[in-house]
Each structure stands twice: as structure tokens, then as C-alpha cells.
Ligand binder design. Sequence first.
Ligand code: FAD
Ligand code: EPU
Length: 337
Amino acid sequence: MIKENISLQPFNTFGIDVNARYFASFQSEENVFEILEQQLGESQSPLILGGGSNILFTKHVDGLVLKNEIGGIDLVHQDQDYFYVKAGAGVNWHSLVMHCIDNNYAGIENLALIPGNAGASPMQNIGAYGVEIKDVFHSLEAIHIHDKTKVILNNKECHFGYRESVFKNIYKNQFVITSVTYKLKKVPQYNISYGAIPQELERMGVKDLSIKDVALAVMNIRNSKLPNPKIIGNAGSFFKNPEISVSQFDQLKLNFPNIVGHATENNLIKVAAGWLIEQSGWKGYREGDAGCHDKQALVLVNHGNASGSQILELSEKIINSVNDKFGIELSCEVNII
Ligand code: FAD
Ligand code: EPU
């Protein structure tokens, strides 16, 4: 059923109060086809919404918002080394991680506590603590919005990159992802060298490491620095960590010896945007209800009643000031609507 003039405030983790002119939720592929049939003649693509945790609304949505509620987690296949687990696109991501841990399906334990839904996990190739979705992604099912046909895309066809996929580029606004199948290991391959994981595992007193311990360590670290959207509106990292050439990094190091960066597979240096923003004086800054988080400068927050435009304006000031100081242009990770 398509409803009219619905507030999207409960459906985005920034807590921005805008309305959707039309709003519907869907629980199955059939529902998607039915809704798309009714939409014949609409030139504008509907906006597909998962958990609303990577989106900033700067205006009312004049068209249709379609909220994905396709559920179900199924073990669809297994071979000697892998479990193939298919999740409905509306499955909450963290519940999927916990389900996999309970069943000893290894590979996504480092991605515990990322908000949002499984269906959005390939959109920007979600990543944290040394793992990205591309490392475990097998395939996805999606419906082409205008052709109304179903497609299956494999890992290669999604062209995953750092916080990137085809769905943010050439296929933008063209598909409704309805399910994702992950290829998870029977024997865990632990990835525990990243950031503060080793120290946290030691603090926890872990003896016989399990995938559950890894998830708990990651959850503890995340809880210590990332704001809980239920308490303070945010969408995680607002910007991507910029990738620059080795020579540009070396040059910057002469003036800023403490600059934080590490080498990527493409022979570039990924610089910690949080450091650049903090050094530019923005950490903990607040302008009305729009602010820069006091524990993690890469996260912009809504202290209560900020509008999306106010947060966007703050982000533009940060981009300009980081560019003035370091000659690096930050780009947004969050989807601006
Ligand atoms: P939404 O915000 O609802 O949508 C995001 C984009 O995907 C939109 O463009 C939307 O139109 C599109 N979309 C969503 N679902 C579908 C679908 N089924 N079909 C087609 N298009 C779709 N991200 C990380 O990568 N790593 C992190 O560590 C991380 N930490 C975070 C911490 C916090 C506190 C918060 C608030 C966010 C964090 N994020 C992180 C960002 C966010 O959680 C992820 O990007 C997540 O995958 C977004 O899922 P969602 O369902 O909320 O997507
Ligand atoms: N730093 C500062 N000041 C800050 C924040 C960070 O100096 O205020 C420096 C520190 O030196 C720190 C380094 O930046 O060691 C990296 O910080 P952190 O480990 O918190 O990670 P990040 O680069 O800020 C990225 C992802 C996160 C992901 C974490 C852990 C991006 C854009 N962000 O953050 O993803 O959870 O690593 O892997 O790549 C998200 O995408 O929304 C997100 C939260």
C-alpha cells in the first residue's frame, strides 16, 4: 500500500525530519514488482531505503520512498570449505553477523555492529577492522527498476572498491537489491591485527580465540568511539579516507610529521581523514545542532534538531578548511539526498 506524506525521521539515523510524498514498504520480490507496476509513468526512480544509516536528507522527497523489509536468512549451499548464506535485503546487518557467529559461519565477525541492512552491504562495500564485504560476497539478486527484470550479479560484476561499487556509479538508482549471498568459511581465518583489536583481545583475557571473541572485541572498540545513533544522530564516517600519491604524502610529512596514513594495494597512501579534520580544529565543534563528534572527528552529528542542509553546510566548511591546510579534498561517504 502506498501512503502519502510520511515523515522519514524514524527511518534515518541522522534523525532528519523530512517527508516522503509517497512511501511504501515491501516484504518480497513480488511486492516490488507490484509497486513498480503501479508506478508506470513515473519518470523518477524511487528511493530505496534500508536502515537509513548512510543517508543525509537535505530536502523533502518529492517522489516515492520504498523501504526494504525482505527478511530471511538461509543456508543455501555448502561445499568442503564454505557455507553459502543468503540473506533477504531487509535483514538487519548486525543480526546477520550474530546469526553467522552462532552457526560458526566465519568471515564477517570483524563487521559486527555496523548499522543498516544486508541489502545495503554491497552498495558501498561496507568495511571495518580489516575486512570488506567484497572478501565474502558471492552474489546478489536485484530487480531492475525500469525494465522490471530480475538479475543476478557476482562479485566481479559489482566492481567493488573502497566504499564503492557499481551501485554508486553506473547502476546508481537503477536496481532494488532483494537478497545477498555470502560465502563464509568453515575454518575461520582470523583477521585480528587491525587497529586496537590485539590490545582489546588481551584486555578481554581471551585464551582460545573464536569468531565470537573477535566480534566482541570489535564491538567494544566501536562502542568506545562511535556515537550510538539512538542517542545522537549520525551516519558513521561522513567522509571517505582520501587516497593520495606517495610523493604527495612524503611532501606533507615534511610539514606535518605526525600525519596518519597507510599504503593501499594500488600503491597509494590512504590518509586518516579523522586526523586531518581534527588537526584543522573541527573535532567537537558545534554550530547550532550540527556538529563534529568529540571522540571521532570523521563523524558528523545531529545534536537534536539540525536540518540536513545545516549538516551539509558544516561538511562543506570542513572540506574547505582541510583543503586549505593540507591541499587534500575530502569526498563524502554518506549519500546526500
Ligand atoms: P541506507 O542508508 O538505507 O541506504 C544507503 C544507500 O543504499 C542509499 O543510497 C540507498 O538508496 C541504497 N540502498 C539501500 N538498500 C538498498 C537496496 N536494497 N537496493 C538498492 N539500493 C539500496 N559503514 C561501513 O562501511 N563501515 C562501518 O564501520 C560503518 N560504521 C557505521 C557506524 C555508525 C554509527 C553508522 C550510523 C553508520 C556506519 N556505517 C558504516 C555506514 C552504514 O552503516 C552502512 O553504509 C550501511 O551499509 C548502510 O545500510 P542501510 O541499510 O542503513 O542503508
Ligand atoms: N584519528 C584522529 N582523530 C580522530 C579520528 C581518527 O586523529 O578524531 C586518526 C587516528 O590516528 C586513528 C586513525 O585516524 O588511528 C583511524 O581512525 P579509526 O580507526 O577510528 O578509523 P577511521 O579511518 O576514522 C575507518 C572507517 C570506519 C571503520 C573504521 C574501522 C572510513 C571512511 N571509515 O574509520 O567506517 O569503522 O575505519 O575500520 O573508511 C563508516 O564507513 O561509516 C565507518 C565508521
